[in-house]
Unconditional design. Structure first.
Length: 66
């Protein structure tokens, strides 16, 4: 997690935080269970990796949301 304010998003939060938060909210709509998401981006702003882990959620269903 990057710990500084930035202009990458309207909320002044780092881009990877906003992407992870949005993904978490989208998955939570379908699977209202405990879960976590992580988005890693390159310095040029392209997405490097996405991790989503939710209890009782099938992997294929989570991949369809990404």
């Amino acid at each position: 997690m990057t710990g500084y304010a930035t202009r990458e998003a309207d909320t002044y939060m780092p881009k990877e935080y906003e992407l992870a938060r949005t993904l978490c909210q989208a998955v939570y709509e379908k699977y209202p269970f405990d879960g976590k998401t992580q988005v890693t981006i390159h310095t040029d702003g392209t997405i490097h990796s996405v991790v989503a882990s939710f209890q009782n959620a099938q992997q294929a269903d989570l991949l369809a949301l990404v």
